[in-house]
Design a protein around this ligand. Structure first.
Ligand SMILES: NC(=O)c1ccc[n+]([C@@H]2O[C@H](COP(=O)([O-])OP(=O)(O)OC[C@H]3O[C@@H](n4cnc5c(N)ncnc54)[C@H](OP(=O)(O)O)[C@@H]3O)[C@@H](O)[C@H]2O)c1
Length: 314
């Protein structure tokens, strides 16, 4: 079969032949309909992700939508493997997949499921979130951030504060449900976000430190609980946490993702997320690209405004 194959870290995957291994146990072979080119896939493919074992060759792709031998459409999450989803066929663990109803768009689900689940699972499974609470989203202009705005709206947050570096893009988030938009380096951050209950943080690094200082400094009720949920590390794998920030208010810092949330709990949320994508409550701009064009599209994936979705078997 054909696949996108990484033979050396730091080089673009090539469209070439790859031998499909034999499935075992609970494994199924699926024809891959769509696979999202998420930031996590780029770090998997260049060997920089913390789960990388350095093993090559490698077919990138961490999730996707496929069709099994019975004709069922499934969304699947792959384990850490060298056989990813950017191939005509891949091997999935049936227990790490959900059936999708007929009529579901494989491209939209492959584009939106990974970025959408980041905030959805955090709010439903990692912390206790209740309708009416206030949410600040750091890195709100990315795919996951835009979906976090929509998830917060769906979950009836009273204030949805979208923070990022690009003020023009931030303004556009009002139509998705943001009640306030604020630049990361603005003096207004401390004022606008002072009394949030939850921070959904896609950035980490220096911007997270600065935002934490601003939020803690601006707080009017220091006894009010604050959950800072670390989800992405776009601007740094590490961040300095001011000790005073932890003492000066009732803040807890937690991470959310595979590992910190049980896989069964994540899987339980997926049908609901798929339904929200299908009914349009959650939307993302997606660009479908055939597997044959994977080499051309790879280098512009990071800067693309739209989530690129590779379609091996459209
Ligand atoms: N834990 C989980 O469950 C989970 C699930 C999905 C994703 N993630 C992680 O979440 C993060 C975001 O994913 P995504 O899909 O939204 O990525 P994305 O679509 O590529 O968006 C990246 C975001 O980072 C911002 N950004 C980039 N460089 C920046 C800088 N120097 N200063 C400030 N902002 C900067 C971008 O702002 P501009 O719009 O201004 O460029 C954009 O908002 C990634 O780290 C991803 O791996 C985690």
């Amino acid at each position: 079969m054909k696949a996108a194959v990484v033979s050396s870290f730091g080089t673009t995957p090539r469209y070439q032949d790859f031998t499909l291994p034999t499935p075992a146990g609970n494994e199924l072979v699926v024809d891959v309909l769509a696979a999202g080119l998420h930031p996590r896939v780029l770090s998997q493919a260049n060997g920089s992700h913390y789960t990388s074992t350095g093993e090559l060759p490698l077919v990138p792709g961490i999730d996707g939508v496929g069709r099994d031998a019975e004709g069922n459409m499934r969304y699947f999450i792959l384990p850490d493997t060298t056989l990813g989803s950017m191939a005509e066929q891949t091997i999935i663990d049936a227990r790490r997949s959900i059936l999708l109803p007929p009529g579901t768009s494989p491209v939209l689900v492959a584009a939106a499921m990974n970025p959408a689940m980041s905030s959805w699972v955090a709010l439903r499974r990692r912390i206790t979130f209740t309708p009416g609470q206030k949410i600040l989203i750091l890195g709100a202009t990315g795919s996951a951030g835009q979906l976090a705005v929509q998830v917060a709206k769906l979950f009836d947050a009273s204030h949805i504060i979208a923070a990022g570096r690009d003020t023009e893009k931030l303004e556009g988030l009002r139509r998705l449900g943001a009640t306030d938009v604020v630049a990361l380096d603005s003096d207004q951050l401390a004022k606008v976000a002072a009394d949030v209950d939850v921070v959904i943080d896609y950035l980490w690094g220096t911007p997270a430190t600065a935002a934490m200082t601003a939020v803690v400094t601006g707080r009017t009720d220091r006894g009010k609980p604050l959950s800072w949920v670390q989800i992405g590390s776009i601007t740094g794998a590490t961040a300095q946490i001011p000790s005073a920030a932890l003492r000066a208010c009732r803040m807890q810092i937690v991470g959310s993702g595979q590992g910190s949330v049980d896989t069964r709990d994540i899987l339980a949320e997926l049908p609901l997320i798929a339904a929200a994508i299908t009914d349009g409550s959650l939307s993302v701009d997606a660009e479908a690209v055939p597997l044959t064009d994977v080499e051309q599209v790879w280098d512009r994936a990071l800067s693309s405004e739209r989530r690129i979705v590779i379609t091996p078997r459209p």
